[in-house]
Design a binder for this molecule. Structure first.
Ligand SMILES: [Mg+2]
Length: 295
């Protein structure tokens, strides 16, 4: 096998001797022969893929830059349910990642897009942080603090009170469409320990009303990836999703109709652990740069 300096390359279940530009790897029992360089859009998971413990993965910034110089769409796709698009992009830029606001696509952004697409100008009760409210307003939707809402949208909510929970519950009882940014139980907080995730708030409302959410936008739902692809006007088969979690990322990409690249800088340490076999495996997102710039 020919190799590229600095690249750690892996071929899941490929019985052939081929080098990585050949890309002849197994996809659900059949071979694919598409080069890693041939996709129109590259969608990246954040934690464990582009970042780790609030730092950029070494080489991630260069990979993003090279993709952009090659005229590719790049999107950082995250389940984040707290920060608006600009605040989130700013956070990633502080890590040194060259991402413009429009290149950051969070479940929060996808939620606002989805509601605005389904029902332009709808009245929305926001049960979440100010970032969710501002994103809803930015899409031309009418925020209401009352129970007379077409939609109840749930995000991570640091300002939760008994009164706010009561109003949100009543909005659902009055028939509002129930949309949650994600169903994450927990995530890692600023102190490095776990804190309640958006799913805790949606779960409380589900328990109170006996109604499950009508739409879950974030991963592992495919809504987030489909909205992300739509945001760059690219069909799912022309998107490559890059992630570290075999179940959530690789499974999610396939469910959305996308090809998947597994990197080994987060949850997975080898492709063999994966029940969902990705089309491609690399040691790190940094190795993707070698596909476009071998030196
Ligand atoms: Mg991840």
């Amino acid at each position: 096998m020919r190799s590229v300096p600095g690249a750690r390359l892996h071929f899941p279940a490929c019985p052939h001797t081929c080098w990585f530009r050949c890309e002849r790897v197994v996809q659900h029992g059949r071979y694919v022969s598409r080069s890693l360089a041939e996709y129109a859009a590259y969608l990246f998971d954040m934690d464990g893929t582009l970042t780790y413990h609030d730092q950029a993965i070494p080489g991630a910034a260069r990979t993003l830059q090279i993709l952009k110089e090659a005229g590719k769409h790049v999107l950082a796709v995250t389940n984040n349910s707290s920060l608006g698009q600009h605040a989130l992009a700013d956070r990633f830029r502080r890590f040194g990642l060259p991402l413009e606001d429009h290149e950051v696509f969070s479940a929060l952004v996808a939620t606002a897009r989805l509601v605005a697409h389904e029902s332009p100008g709808a009245r929305v009760h926001v049960f979440g942080n100010p970032g969710l409210r501002s994103e809803i307003e930015r899409r031309g939707l009418a925020v209401t603090d009352g129970t007379d809402a077409d939609y109840l949208v749930v995000g991570n909510h640091r300002g939760i009170t008994y009164d706010r929970l009561t109003t949100a519950m009543r909005a659902l009882q009055h028939g509002a469409r129930f949309v949650t940014v994600n169903m994450d139980r927990t995530y890692v907080g600023a102190d490095g320990d776990l804190v309640p995730g958006c799913g805790v708030f949606a779960g409380a409302l589900e328990y109170a009303t006996g109604r499950a959410p009508d739409v879950v936008v974030g991963k592992p739902s495919i809504t987030l990836l489909c909205e992300a692809a739509s945001s760059v006007n690219t069909a799912a088969p022309d998107c490559l999703y890059v992630g570290d979690n075999p179940e959530a990322d690789i499974g999610g990409a396939h469910a959305a109709g996308m090809s998947a690249l597994l990197v080994l800088t987060g949850v997975a340490s080898s492709a063999d652990q994966s029940t969902e076999q990705p089309e491609y495996v690399l040691g790190s997102v940094a190795d993707l740069a070698h596909v476009f710039s071998p030196t």
